[in-house]
Structure formats: structure tokens, C-alpha cells
Write a protein that binds this ligand. Structure first.
Ligand SMILES: [Cu+2]
Length: 169
């Protein structure tokens, strides 16, 4: 009995710093936690449901380099597509087009790079099936320095502009 009170007190103290965040995001019961590999933090990852027979799907997330050296996302693979590519949007004449980044995507030291609809994104080429809202699509990311990690991208609706349960948008 004499041990119980101190343990409860410790548990409360441990929880206390997290409580304002919990209260603020009380609705985000399914919020994907940030994932870290090496110095790279991956947050707010998501994909979008595809229309029937769509040939491609996109992948979106925020990558933050917490290290003191630049890193680079160099490749992406997923079992739902024959090939994963890293794309940017760029003007070609008057037309905004997407283009593969053959040298990968630079993530400068200390900075965040957002992969978002209309901007940098992952592109899954040659889908072998369709993506339905609520699916979790496994994606393997390889960084030049941080290494390789597989994460699940939760699928939002076909027009989702942000993770369905993301934070603070
Ligand atoms: Cu693309």
C-alpha cells in the first residue's frame, strides 16, 4: 500500500506535459504518430483513394531533417505499384507539369520539406490495384543518409488535401 501513492503521483507527473496536446487534439484518435529514421522525421503521411482503373496514385507527407547534414530521399517503393517515383511540379511554358526528380529530393539540414498535392509528391506508377479510402498503403522510403524505412500511408478520399486525422491544419 505504501508504494501506491508515490507511483500514482509519478504517473500523473509523467502524463502532465502531454495533457495540453491531448486536449487540443482530442478528436485525433487515429492521428498517425510521427515516425523517425536517423535524423529524418516523417509526419502527416497520407495517400488518396483512386478512381477505378486509375494508373497512378500519389503519396504525401512532411519530411524534417533534424540533423546537421543535408539528406536526400532517393527512392520509394510500394507493393501497390510497379514503380515508385519522386515528383515535383514545374512550369513548362504555360502549363504546370509534374516531373520526376531523378536525383531524389533534397532535405536540407534543419529544414522541412512538404510533399503535398500540387507540390512535391510521391507517385506510384502502374498501380496493381486500386486504393480505397481507409486503406493503409505500405511505402518504403530510402534516404541517402538516414537509411530505409517502411511506413503506412492512410488513404483519405480521392480529393483529400491533407491527412484525414492530421494535426493542426
Ligand atoms: Cu506525379
Amino acid at each position: 500500500m505504501s508504494l501506491r501513492l508515490p507511483l500514482v503521483a509519478l504517473a500523473l507527473m509523467a502524463l502532465a506535459p502531454a495533457m495540453p496536446a491531448l486536449a487540443q487534439h482530442a478528436h485525433d484518435t487515429h492521428a498517425p504518430a510521427a515516425v523517425t529514421i536517423g535524423n529524418i522525421e516523417i509526419k502527416d503521411a497520407f495517400t488518396r483513394a483512386t478512381l477505378p482503373n486509375a494508373p497512378v496514385a500519389g503519396g504525401f507527407m512532411t519530411l524534417t531533417n533534424k540533423g546537421s547534414e543535408d539528406d536526400r530521399l532517393v527512392s520509394v517503393e510500394t507493393p501497390i505499384a510497379r514503380q515508385g517515383q519522386i515528383h515535383e511540379m514545374a512550369m513548362e511554358g504555360d502549363v504546370m507539369k509534374m516531373r520526376q526528380l531523378s536525383d531524389g529530393l533534397l532535405i536540407p539540414a534543419g529544414e522541412s520539406v512538404a510533399l503535398a498535392p500540387g507540390s512535391y509528391h510521391l507517385m506510384f506508377m502502374g498501380l496493381t490495384g486500386s486504393v480505397a479510402e481507409g486503406d493503409a498503403v505500405p511505402v518504403t522510403l530510402t534516404f541517402e543518409k538516414a537509411g530505409t524505412i517502411t511506413i503506412d500511408l492512410p488513404a483519405g478520399g480521392s480529393a483529400a488535401a491533407a491527412p484525414a486525422h492530421g494535426e493542426g491544419h
